[in-house]
Design a protein around this ligand. Sequence first.
Ligand code: FES
Length: 348
Amino acid sequence: MFSELKVKEIKRETEDSVSIALEVPESLRSNFSYASGQYITIKSLISGGDVRRAYSLCSAPFEVDFRIGVKKVMNGKMSTYLNDVLKEGDSIEVMSPAGNFTVEDGVISAVGFAAGSGITPILSMIKSILNEGKRFTLFYGNQTALKTIFKKELDGLEQEYPENFKLHYLYTKENANSPLYEGRINKEKTIALLQENSELLNADGFYMCGPEELIMNASDALKELGVDSNKVHFELFTAPSVSVDDNKVVSDFTGESQVTVIMDGDEFEFPLRADGDFILDASMENGADAPFSCKGAVCCTCKAQVLEGKATMDMNYSLSDEEVEEGFILTCQARPASEKLVVDYDVI
Ligand code: FES
């Protein structure tokens, strides 16, 4: 599942963020092909513990670079390691790109809302869209220009594509020429920005990435302005703080299930109670090298499909309704809900 990739270049983007280019050897090219908006999971042994984190690719598939953006977060083991310890020439363990936050075919004009490191997948999308002759308008919130990740690259794209790329920075600690283009991207601000640029309401897709607050605010604003929810896409970087009960599916099944997990062609069988461990933890306990990253229902790395029986999830912030209907589950959140359950990790 994990492959060892060599670090080709580490570029300091801001005081507390870097972008890291990895070398993908010819033999792994097909495993590491990706769509703009997807992420990779990195695994590392830090202070004796197995730490895994997902990072979005900021490069675009048509570029030679295979690059992620990493902002150092307070007490973040992996982000501190990647910012302060990792060196060019080192190798790291990386899982193939994954994720549903991608641009659909047929999108000709798109609008993005990003804040802080949420720009990472959006930057990849912008490059792909512009490269295909399509249009993108970005509203990007930060504290100051100096703290704005990928500012130089975005400014370069604005110069290269003056017709197709409209770039609006909003700073919370710096003034702009107009009060509309400064301050936090909250719901009122989003509504005002879109009313000022009302042609954007006809865009084919709206893409948001950043803290939960930005996503909730921008989604509410778009809803209020009558934008079709099918056009609105977002990627949460952390699990939402809203009540988990909103997404919890309750099952009547309370007993013990006979679980079969299929992984890399092998089958692992074990009993598991509905109120016991999650399927991911139980699978690993019973010998399966199951994939995971956030363990918080956000990243989708632990996705598998139920082939027989039923499972319920405590939380789900990344699988689409269609995927759930097709029997996909986030195993880090899933529990058995039938006497027999067969879960397949290999179908992904
Ligand atoms: S490990 Fe991230 S959603 Fe399960």
